[in-house]
Design a protein around this ligand. Structure first.
Ligand SMILES: Nc1ncnc2c1ncn2[C@@H]1O[C@H](COP(=O)(O)OP(=O)(O)OP(=O)(O)O)[C@@H](O)[C@H]1O
Length: 306
């Protein structure tokens, strides 16, 4: 059974549909990304999974329990988009306080907190949180989400607003957590990060999931790979060629096809005309390009499973 199961999950705020019927499941050990423009419903979805927002309809289970049940809370770590910390406490005091709330034995808590802060490379652990930089505070918030050694981590924009170095550090750390066997649900605006660490993603727009699958599946469903074949002659007039786009560029003919077999056919036609293929380029759309296409073309008909 999947470790996270979501079926037709919905949330309305005073009649406004923030999330309209989301469905997905996440397998143990996966890194699952939730992406989408501002206001798409990502945070609302994650908060419903974490048991912090009551759904208006549908269902969700995390490690077999409904969100909010104590048995589920013990196995979940949630990092909110903005996490107010107790500014008067030091990092160690704060994390020890939360470990205690989770009934973690004092010696286990001490080792776990030290270990996590070492891995996060957090210096000045005995500095008041109020005097820490934004990046340090984010690391403390991440360590807090790990204090109960959870199976499932929900990270809402873990690296938003941080400098590139700290951002990379946090993304790499998230990857390591996945290698440790944690299941991670992760929302982010930086699609490069999403592409680099997520096994599967859901793209949300206007409260709906409009695409879902591995990045490769989504890429295939939204354009896929294109081959640009440059030649000294036009090779587009053969039989059996798929959809083909032809343009003349600097005395060369550029053929755009999506099948590798068409590349070979074009080469044969060009060579039969005493021409030659001068270059073949493979163009793979970035997640950013796909995302822009999905966001601009998706309508209220909703989800397209990749
Ligand atoms: N407590 C609330 N009361 C009323 N409306 C809300 C509330 N929380 C969220 N919304 C609305 O629900 C929609 C989805 O918000 P949500 O925060 O889930 O989006 P998001 O995808 O996380 O956006 P962002 O990327 O900007 O964080 C938005 O239109 C938002 O204004």
């Amino acid at each position: 059974m999947a470790i996270v199961e979501v079926a037709d999950l919905r949330k309305e705020y005073g009649g406004f549909p923030a999330v309209e019927g989301s469905s997905f499941s996440i397998e143990r050990g996966e890194v699952f990304g939730v992406v989408g423009p501002n206001g798409a419903g990502k945070t609302t979805t994650l908060k419903m999974l974490a048991g912090l927002v009551e759904p208006s309809g549908g269902s969700a289970t995390v490690v077999g329990h409904e969100p909010g049940e104590p048995a589920m809370q013990r196995r979940l770590g949630f990092l909110p988009e903005e996490s107010p910390l107790y500014e008067e406490m030091t990092a160690i005091e704060y994390l020890t306080f939360f470990a205690d709330l989770y009934d973690v034995a004092a010696d286990v808590a001490r080792d776990r907190i030290d270990g996590t802060l070492d891995r996060l490379d957090l210096e000045h652990r005995n500095r008041r949180i109020g005097n820490m930089s934004k990046g340090m505070k984010r690391k403390v918030a991440i360590a807090r989400a790990l204090v109960n050694d959870p199976d499932v981590l929900i990270f809402d924009e873990p690296a938003s607003g941080l400098d590139p170095l700290t951002t990379n550090y946090i993304i790499e750390f998230t990857r390591e957590l996945s290698e440790d066997g944690k299941t991670i649900v992760f929302s982010a605006h930086n699609l490069f990060h999403v592409e680099s660490i997520c096994d599967r993603i859901a793209v949300m727009n206007d409260g709906r999931i409009v695409a879902r699958g591995t990045i490769e599946e989504i890429r295939e469903a939204h354009g896929g790979t294109e081959y640009h074949v440059y030649a000294t002659a036009d090779g587009s007039h053969g039989d059996g060629l798929g959809e083909i786009e032809v343009a003349r560029e600097n005395g060369r003919v550029r053929h755009v096809v999506s099948e590798m077999s068409d590349v070979e056919t074009i080469r044969e036609i060009v060579e039969a005309d005493d021409g030659r293929v001068t270059d073949i380029q493979t163009k793979t759309p970035t997640l950013e390009e796909i995302f822009l296409e999905i966001a601009s073309t998706s309508d209220s008909d909703g989800e397209a499973e990749a």
